[in-house]
Design a protein around this ligand. Sequence first.
Ligand code: ATP
Ligand code: MG
Length: 784
Amino acid sequence: MAYALYLLFLLLLIPFSVVAQTNGNITVGASLSATDEASSWLSPSADFAFGFHKLDNNLFLLSIWFDKIPDKTIVWYANEGQPVPRGSRVDLTADRGLVLINPQGEELWKSLSITGAVAYGYMNDTGNFALKDGNSQDVWASFRFSTDTILPTKIMERGEVLTARQTETNFSPGRFQFSLLDNGNLVSYVLNLPTNYANEPYYHSDTNDDANSLNSGSQVVFNGSGYMYILRVNGQRFMLTQGDVVSTTYFYHRATLTYDGVFTQYYQPKNSTGNESWSALWSAPDNICTRSHMTQASGICGYNSVCRLSADQRPICECPPGYSSLDPNDQFSSCRPNFIQGCYDGPGPHSSEDLYSIEELPNTDWPFSDYMHLQPFSEGECRNSCLQDCMCPAAIFRDQTCWKKKLPLSNGRTDRTERSKAFIKVGKGNFPQSPRLIPTPKPRKKNQDTLILVGSVFLGSSVFLNFILIAAIFLGFFFIYKKKVRRIHRGESIVETNLHCFTYKELAEATNGFKEELGKGAFGIVYKGEIDTGSGNFVAVKKLDRMVQEGEREFKAEVNVIGQTHHKNLVRLIGFCNEGSQRLLVYEYMRNGTLASFLFGDSKPSWNMRTQIAFGIARGLLYLHEECSTQIIHCDIKPQNILLDDYYNARISDFGLAKLLMIGQSQTHTAIRGTKGYVAPEWFRNMPVTVKVDVYSFGVLLLEIICCRRSVDMETSGVEYAILTDWAYDCYREGTIEALVEGDMEAMNDRTKLERFIMVAIWCIQEDMSLRPTMKKDLLHSLV
Ligand code: ATP
Ligand code: MG
């Protein structure tokens, strides 16, 4: 099977064959077709190709790409990034240049600015595709119409614009632009789509000297040696490239405005052995999250979200606690509260403490949308004032000052250098109806009416009376706040992150003497508990009983790493206890249990829900592997370690535990972690453990999600079906994938996605770990 799989993937990896001239010249009358065997026009060195690039969705993009590197990075595209169907054609004509035609013969795009008759086309070794007249002068060139990328030898003139694509794989124009303005300033800014309204730049070179126009920028030069600079009118250079540039003889270079708004210069060795990818040399701006101040837009991320910089200087957008993404497939989507926001007027409890708690986000700011400025004010007063104010969804505190904010929150950012702290109000789930629903108005009781009437009289009367009323409310709440005793101490017990350090006694109380077991795992028992941490009521307390006893410092260090790991598809660690021989971890409680019980229970969950869960797990793993500050290999991905929150979002649990439980042992070549049926073969082969072990387990899990059955099932099915991975592979090879989802009409009707999911799963479970995909580049894109 391994050999067959290997062959299968070799086949998949074979690019559409390139048969073309090698001198770079293309004669008028030549054409290319969008088919699997499509040809492309190569540059003399064969470094660059022009032609139809086949995308994952089976459409073709007329584009230019680096042809010798494995991932064939695209550097230019025609037709505003719109891909075309199979059977489309591009013709090189004398009078209209390049003409793109769909299979129905309709013209979709043609090269513009034809200033003379075209004699021939030329695919240059610089990556520039040019149309030449009889005197070998350019009449059109791709370099003059750059899309999101520029290459060495390209010069950007004033007024030229690079536009980012929408996502890594969607090439239509996105919301970020990078431009050398007419005044000589080089800027990046966000557009308010669908109009082209440009917001305040989040990057500017400041090369627009009004007083001395000779100082202004006139061109952006990306020279043949790989350096980028702004050439001022007076001939001086304003260097953009930072750091030492590796030689363009041995390395490819490109500078791209990435789909998330960062302009980055990358390089990659020309003689790639297959494992290399692009490395970043420098980026502008250095921190896109903290540089953005847009008064008329959401900022880099969506509304109500927070932007954080990843290790590779790209923005990561996250929803704050209590909020979830409006569109989980869109990184820049806005976030909406998961609870009733505003002044609640439904049945049930009404006090602010009953309904809401305040979550603290250190080093976080939403700089705009204030409705009240309070100064001098203490941190506690700020927090409490927001909790008690039904208009207040969030407040920011810094330097004895409190800013109360209104929705939507914009330009959210979190960064170590940020001195503000954010308080965000989160619903406790005590609303009598589903928090997603707006409560239907119920007839009010008489005394409520009286109260409201009195309130309205007050609010409608003089400023003085209002003042007295507000003061009285504050005094009242201050009293209640002081009296509140069952708060768990913060501050002194915190270990660098904002994790709680619980005493054993506190946890014994919270779990009612470790009474209610949620489940039992290899390392101890998990109990349900109830505490007042300001993040909701219930928690899951995991008592570790197989910990190596030594390693106090390492325990704290590892717990800290876990505590800093926040993502909407991970179960959040709230705190821990490290007292004598007792080591416990306190997690958010996940009301809807494990994916195992969800998938293998009595009724089969819907295909749509299952695919959403698979995306969620992939996103969580991608974060652990590539986006969080310390890479985490989970080592025990299985349906028992995927939990489901209130809204059935997949949340990975137990990440970081592999390392924690190995404290005192060496990192690699160690005892097998993980669970039978899910562990990758390299565990048995004394090979180093990499993120690919998780990719393997993810593949097995994906098959379980597709088929709603366990990976190993000796009882209910016959021998030939007992091992799910073997059975799935057989079905795939024999073209009988319907058997895997028998009776599941929803899955059968979604055949393309079903096939894709099965292919990805098989891709993940290959014996040779180097043939498995990585979470980011290949896997997530193939799933979507
Ligand atoms: P392993 O020890 O290999 O991870 P496991 O995942 O089954 O196996 P535990 O992680 O100890 O074992 O969890 C035991 C059970 O406790 C889970 O199966 C789940 O039902 C429950 N559980 C764990 N964490 C939570 C949580 N945050 N919220 C709700 N239930 C939880
Ligand atoms: Mg577990």
